[in-house]
Design a protein around this ligand. Structure first.
Ligand code: FMN
Length: 361
């Protein structure tokens, strides 16, 4: 059967369909459970959570499903040297964004406090809770850490945006690699070269990686239905990771307006921007992303830019100034149809099965 792949075997799931984890509080236990209970692999993006919060979420997931699921972290979660930013740089960023804060009628925030990486403490929780799958992005992990995952029965999955990153991930000892194409919604998880110079589409990247690495590869970016899954499998993927289509379902933790935007005409126009977090990410194009597209060097480093923009985001939501927000989403959004995660899963499985049955007939 089409759904018996190396990935389904390794992960202990029925269908090679993974729900892409969403960081920044957009994941939900309900969505993870819905996808895992339908035979796919639900994923929870936990990089902004404290260790205690990860424990809590994990408990809730375990209560909602007895199937395998994935917890996701960011290996590198700050670009700020020594966690902070100089006064001069902060003043510069303030001047750049002042017109938008003025428009929203809110004061410019104080300089954000230095940020301390959370990853080490979060990783310890992964060892304690032992999810079936631990996926990560923005880097690789030392071989002994990946060894420890293996000893604990945790499958490790790293994300690559280039062939070089995939080779490095394989050499580190990951169990699987996500080929993350530029079509995808959310951040570009590049870690060797800049995200701007790591812009390869999913189906090219997948084929390049398949030629050179032996571990199973998961295609991510621009897949939202059975046809996309068929194409990914035909090009050698062991599974497809689907983000935007699941983000748009009622079960995700996206704001209702965010889901509405993904189903609107606006979703035809996405852009990669650093203006909202300091790292390059894809969302539905907005006025601020357009206005500041050539000012990328003036933004604060991740995650200080996120903290800085959170004030504007809050005011923009209250005042319904939607063009001041970047609603995350990938290039495939205009073809989305499903508002329920179960319906989406069933439709992907049916469409893929029909295609393979048709081939046999
Ligand atoms: C809003 C949003 C947040 C995301 N956050 C993460 C994350 O924290 N960690 C991660 O590995 N991938 C993250 N991703 C990537 C998805 O898991 C998935 O690989 C990607 O969305 C697939 O491409 P698609 O959006 O075209 O379906 C995010 C994607 C979106 C849309």
């Amino acid at each position: 059967m089409w759904y018996n792949t190396k990935a389904t075997e390794m992960l202990g799931i029925q269908y090679p369909i993974m729900q892409g984890p969403f960081g920044g509080n957009l994941s939900s236990v309900e969505l993870v459970a819905a996808v895992s209970n339908e035979g796919g692999l639900g994923g929870y993006g936990a990089y902004t959570l404290t260790p205690q919060e990860i424990f809590e979420v994990d408990k809730q997931i375990k209560a909602a499903t007895n199937k395998p699921y994935n917890i996701n972290l960011w290996v590198s979660d700050t670009d700020a040297p020594a966690g902070g930013v100089g006064d001069e740089q902060y003043e510069h960023a303030k001047q750049l964004f002042k017109p938008y804060f003025d428009e929203a009628g809110i004061p410019l925030p104080e300089k954000p406090a230095p940020f301390k990486s959370r990853f080490e403490n979060q990783l310890q929780v992964i060892f304690d809770i032992r999810p079936k799958v631990f996926s990560f992005m923005f880097g690789t992990l030392p071989t002994d850490v990946l060894e420890q995952c293996r000893r604990l029965g945790i499958k490790s999955v790293g994300a690559a945006t280039t062939l070089d990153e995939a080779i490095l991930l394989e050499n580190s000892g990951v169990d699987m690699i996500i080929a993350s194409g530029f079509e995808a919604g959310g951040h570009r998880p590049s870690f060797l070269a800049s995200a701007e110079s790591s812009i390869t589409g999913t189906f090219v990247l997948l084929q390049l990686i398949k030629e050179k690495v032996k571990v199973p590869v998961i295609a991510a970016g621009g897949i939202a239905n059975g046809k996309g899954v068929v194409a990914a499998l035909a090009l050698g993927a062991s599974a497809a990771q689907i983000g935007t289509a699941f983000l748009a379902t009622d079960e995700s933790n996206a704001l209702p307006i965010h889901r509405q935007m993904l189903f609107s005409d606006a979703a035809k126009y996405t852009a990669l921007s650093r203006a909202f977090t300091g790292r390059l990410g894809r969302g539905i194009n907005s006025r601020i992303a357009r206005d500041l597209s050539h000012q990328e060097k003036s933004f604060l480093p991740f995650p200080l830019q996120t903290q800085f923009m959170s004030h504007l985001r809050k005011a923009a939501i209250e005042q319904q100034k939607w063009d001041m927000i970047l609603f995350w989403g990938g290039q495939i959004a205009p073809i989305l149809k499903h508002k329920k995660a179960r319906g989406l899963m069933k439709s992907i499985i049916e469409e893929t099965t029909e295609y393979f049955d048709h081939l046999k007939a």
